[in-house]
Ligand binder design. Structure first.
Ligand SMILES: Nc1ncnc2c1ncn2[C@@H]1O[C@H](COP(=O)(O)OP(=O)(O)OP(=O)(O)O)[C@@H](O)[C@H]1O
Ligand SMILES: [Mg+2]
Length: 322
């Protein structure tokens, strides 16, 4: 069993590829004035019925789709989605981040883009606007990070076909390498899973027993929906708790969830404050953690706590692994 867990920890980091009635006038005016933030269109067209007619070549799927999920709320899915997207963009990848938490949309806030949202996923999926207009290009990442906001209303009406069309059109319009989908704290919606696009599910657990159990349940559910490539992200990891034995160690969490690990993000007040200010990509150990995760998603080998400060890894790692 120990060999199995260690091989999980040390070998499995290398992940092998994984015009609506409710428009927002303030933001609309701002976007109209600046005109610079929406992704340029590549010949997208609308039919008279408002449905997309995709130009030739558009709709061919090539990006890697990552579902950031857990059936438990508040474990850090949105924080992780924003920061993984930022880390991938810093690594030169073109990344599209979609807020698919239709009830509690908040990624625009975490990214500090709330005043830039004019159109949302539903506007694009229902053919009210060309998909390029729904993509906000985050200038902090030199245009490599695109964002589509969750709908104010109508999210529940989106069918797998509509979602597939909008995702693949967006992917093509922006030339994205990765599409990250943030989900609510519940079992992922069949409409998203049935798009047939999801390649890897990043299942987020915090250090609390209930969230570890939820990660296990989420993994089981996704396996039943044929999402076999699953990775565990342990967020809000409490180093002191694990070292003192008050909280489970890394191996125990892996054993409880049966999911391959892709990274550990420490509990960090700075990360929380940065999220509240709409600044993805906090510094310190969380930044190292998200960069490590991005590298693993890109298929590179990265040691467990590479770039972390304040952890004398050699001395403590054995105790953390328990
Ligand atoms: N590693 C961390 N360290 C400290 N605080 C964190 C960390 N990760 C997330 N948080 C904080 O935890 C809270 C919940 O995070 P977040 O909104 O990302 O969770 P969620 O799983 O997306 O929630 P929901 O299920 O409601 O969508 C936020 O206040 C966030 O700043
Ligand atoms: Mg969330």
């Amino acid at each position: 069993m120990l060999d199995n867990r260690l091989s999980y920890l040390f070998l499995c980091y290398k992940i092998t590829s994984p015009e609506s009635g409710d428009t927002k006038p303030r933001a609309a005016a701002k976007q109209a004035a600046s005109g610079a933030r929406s992704v340029c269109q590549r010949g997208e067209m609308m039919s008279q019925t408002g449905k997309y007619i995709l130009p030739e070549g558009v709709g061919a799927h090539r990006a890697k789709y990552l579902l950031i999920t857990s059936c438990k709320g508040g474990v850090g899915k949105s924080t992780c989605a924003a920061n993984i997207a930022a880390a991938l963009a810093r690594r030169g990848q073109r990344v599209l981040l979609c807020d698919c938490d239709f009830d509690m949309r908040c990624l625009d806030l975490l990214l500090g883009l709330e005043n830039d949202v004019v159109y949302d996923l539903y506007d694009a999926a229902a053919g009210r606007v060309p998909v390029a207009k729904a993509i906000i290009s985050d200038e902090r990442f030199e245009g490599r990070l695109g964002f589509i906001a969750a709908p104010y209303s109508g999210g529940g009406e989106l069918s797998p076909g509509m979602l597939r069309s909008v995702f693949t059109a967006a992917e093509s319009v922006g030339g994205y390498d990765y599409v990250l989908i943030d989900t609510p704290g519940s079992l992922a919606s069949p409409a998203i899973l049935d798009t047939g696009l999801i390649g890897t599910a990043v299942i987020v657990a915090s250090h609390q027993p209930s969230s570890i159990r939820a990660a296990d349940r989420t993994g089981e559910y996704l396996s039943g929906r044929r999402i076999k490539e699953q990775r565990l992200l342990i967020n809000c990891f409490d180093f002191d708790g694990a070292l003192s034995g008050a909280r489970p160690g890394i191996n125990e969490i892996i054993d409880r969830t049966f999911i391959q690990l892709c990274g550990i993000v420490p509990y960090d007040r700075g990360l929380m404050l940065a999220s509240e200010k709409g600044e993805p990509g906090a510094g310190g150990n969380p930044a190292a953690a998200f960069d490590n995760i991005a590298c693993r998603l890109l298929g590179r080998y990265v040691p467990l706590f590479a770039g972390f400060r304040g952890i004398s890894v050699r001395r403590k790692i054995k105790r953390l692994l328990v």
